[in-house]
Ligand binder design. Structure first.
Ligand SMILES: Nc1ncnc2c1ncn2[C@@H]1O[C@H](COP(=O)(O)OP(=O)(O)OP(=O)(O)O)[C@@H](O)[C@H]1O
Length: 256
């Protein structure tokens, strides 16, 4: 589904990401972990086409998507959410989700306003998709609420809803559980697992909540200072001495 090969990014003199390679199989849930500044968000930006890499390639379903643009990447079926939920607080929950749905539709605004038959059919389908996504994320009863009035946990859900509304086959989630308490984080993990099944999604997530990562992901890639130091199953990564030293700490301190 996704093949990252030799991906590097330099900002000025700083190598934020060095020669990163890994792949994600269809239907897998893969975690990208590492300490602050390890290059995780940079990797997401390069994969989603938000930033051009200094070197390396990204292939999604066999298409070369290196360097984006993000609109093409989304249309191919690869969507992302952002670390700080990028919602419009003064728009309603439903209006926020429409943004995502329209990104995939790719219809220009004049076409949406002065619509021909084909556009009208596409828009009718789009209304259904927005309703489906709101229901899936448990936000249907709040569809007309202002997004800025949602609880923090629901705002995180809305971020996922906006990504899902683009009808992706793969979703990149940047710290989906940041700021959630352990119970909310566990519930979020269950939600992601059920979304994977219901939508046949492939998921790649950056996350610091280790309990969530270890419980949810089937494969984990560990970055430290821009470099991949390990990858494998949660168990293999948890037991890897280099990972323990650089990131996780001693096993007895690590509550997965
Ligand atoms: N646009 C930019 N310009 C200059 N330096 C940048 C830029 N974006 C990231 N960096 C630097 O690249 C390095 C990797 O940052 P990145 O945000 O990718 O790390 P991260 O693993 O996502 O960290 P965190 O867990 O704190 O979000 C850091 O040293 C950061 O300061």
């Amino acid at each position: 589904m996704l093949e990252v090969h030799g991906l590097s990014k330099t900002f000025g003199g700083l190598a934020a990401l060095k020669d990163l390679s890994f792949s994600v199989q269809p239907g897998q849930i893969v975690g990208l972990i590492g300490p602050n500044g390890a290059g995780k968000t940079t990797a997401f930006n390069l994969i989603s086409g938000t930033l051009p890499p200094s070197a390396g390639t990204v292939r999604f379903k066999g298409h070369d998507i290196t360097g984006g643009p993000p609109s093409r990447v989304v249309k191919l079926g690869l969507a992302r959410t952002f670390q700080n939920t990028s919602i419009y607080p003064k728009a309603t929950v439903a209006q926020n989700v429409y943004r995502g749905a329209l990104a995939r539709l790719g219809t220009s605004l004049p076409n949406q306003l002065f619509s021909d038959g084909a556009t009208r059919t596409a828009l009718a389908r789009l209304h259904e998709q927005v309703d489906e996504v709101l229901t899936l994320l448990g936000l249907a009863s709040q569809r007309d609420a202002l997004a800025g009035n949602l609880s923090y946990g629901h705002q995180k859900r809305l971020g996922v809803a906006i990504g899902l509304a683009t009808q992706p086959e793969m979703l990149l989630l940047d710290e989906p559980a940041a700021g959630l308490n352990p119970e909310e984080s566990a519930a979020f993990g269950e939600l992601l697992r059920s979304l994977r099944t219901q939508r046949q999604l492939t998921l790649l997530l950056v996350e610091h909540h280790m309990a969530l990562v270890m419980g949810l992901c089937e494969h984990i890639v560990v970055l430290v200072q821009g470099q991949k130091i390990a990858e494998g199953t949660p168990q293999a990564v948890r037991d890897n001495p280099q990972v323990i030293e650089a990131y996780l700490g001693a096993p007895e301190e690590f509550h997965a």
